[in-house]
Ligand binder design. Structure first.
Ligand code: ZN
Length: 391
């Protein structure tokens, strides 16, 4: 009986202990299961494991190619926009974007990354600019035979035409095919015979955007050389215009650095600076040293002579003032020249200082009219006499 009771007690105790054990064991099991499920979720649903350029990485599920770039996990560069001609870089980074490949296929930027993918990254490729077709004028070359101020056109020549493809962005000519070849103009140069009727066209106050090149073109088309009295500070500002004038065979003149209208009111030092600085700037821009000085407004001063002597500069005014800077009608500019010209005369016109459209319009008729009277065109240094007086 005692024994039975003892067994009962043990049995009873065991009965009371079992739920606790069951709960403990059960709880551990659930925890383990949750952890396993969590791990499984982590490995299969919440993240993906893959390799990028041979490096294993684990990423949040749902990431796209774009996310990889945004988070700096791929550092390949986009390509460049390059020129059609020599594939020089025009715009850095404006080519195709960097890209990723998996199993031989490019993955689109918005594609989700897949588990166990093996991804390789590549720099973006360059984009070659587009081109367009155009026709271009081939400049007519000019050949000079002999030396001397008298010029006779032997062969008139003509410009050519070529078909080109041009880079849309670079503007460079990529291919060129000559449709009509240019024919050179041949000009014979000779010394002046005694008693030749010479005339020197001069243009002041340039270089000036627009009008200087318009005048230059007319002179070149007619095979004529003239003299350009440039303002030093403008030659510095528009150096390429000054260079084109000089390269076209024109004579460069010095018309002071800042065009003060009355040199006589300046100190000797200022007068010296006006002439010296202009000489330097015109030489620097055009590549040619002026041989003559023309005072602004024609106003001379004693202080200029020692400076001119030091720089070995002559000085010159004009015989005919067209007053073109007041913008008279074109016909008036033309008649002023043609009605007053004499052999050896210097004609004053302007390529700068304002709207010179009337001068540009008058010039062809002036040239034609002077030619009809038997005049040949010379530069100031080619004149047989250099007049210092004003007309
Ligand atoms: Zn002037």
């Amino acid at each position: 009986m005692r024994r039975d009771r003892l067994e009962d007690v043990i049995e009873e105790n065991a009965k009371q202990a079992r739920p606790w054990l069951t709960w403990a064991l059960g709880g551990a099991g659930v925890g383990l299961t949750v952890a396993l499920i969590g791990l499984l979720l982590y490995l299969t649903v919440l993240t993906v494991g893959l390799s990028i350029d041979g490096r294993s990485v684990r990423l949040r599920s749902g990431w796209t190619v774009r996310d990889l770039f945004a988070n700096g996990m791929v550092t390949r560069r986009p390509g460049d926009l390059v020129s059609a001609k020599k594939h020089q870089v025009l715009k850095r980074g404006q080519g195709n974007p960097a890209y990723l490949m998996s199993q031989g296929h490019v993955i689109a930027a918005g594609d989700r990354l897949q588990n166990s993918e093996q991804i390789t990254s590549y720099n973006g490729t360059d984009i070659v600019e587009h081109t367009h077709a155009a026709t271009e004028t081939i400049e007519m070359p000019i050949h000079y035979d002999g030396t001397g101020p008298k010029e006779t056109v032997v062969t008139s020549g003509s410009p050519g035409v070529s078909e080109v493809t041009v880079g849309d962005v670079s503007g460079q000519v990529v291919t060129e095919r000559v449709l009509v070849p240019a024919i050179a103009r041949v000009v014979r140069r000779e010394p002046l015979s005694n008693g030749a009727k010479t005339v020197a066209l001069t243009f002041d106050d340039g270089p000036w955007p627009g009008s200087t090149l318009a005048i230059l073109k007319i002179l070149q088309q007619n095979g004529i050389r003239a003299t350009f009295f440039e303002i030093g500070e403008q030659a510095r500002q528009w150096a390429s215009l000054s260079r084109q004038v000089a390269d076209a065979g024109m004579e460069m003149g010095n018309h002071s650095e800042t065009h003060p209208l009355n040199l006589g009111r300046l100190s000797a030092k200022s007068v010296s600076n006006e002439i010296t600085y202009a000489q330097y700037n015109i030489r620097k821009a055009s590549g040619k040293s002026p041989l003559f000085f023309r005072p602004p407004g024609g106003n001379t001063t004693g202080a200029m002579y020692p400076v001119l002597a030091k720089l070995k500069l002559g000085w010159v005014q004009w015989d005919i003032d067209t007053e073109d800077w007041t913008r008279p009608p074109t016909a008036k500019i033309v008649s002023k020249v043609l009605n007053n010209v004499h052999p050896g005369y210097v004609v004053l016109m302007h390529d700068g200082g304002g709207d010179r459209s009337h001068t540009v319009q008058a010039l062809p008729a002036i040239i034609q009219g002077l030619r009809a009277k038997g005049y040949v065109f010379v530069t100031i240094s080619e004149l047989s006499r250099v007049p210092h007086r004003m007309g």
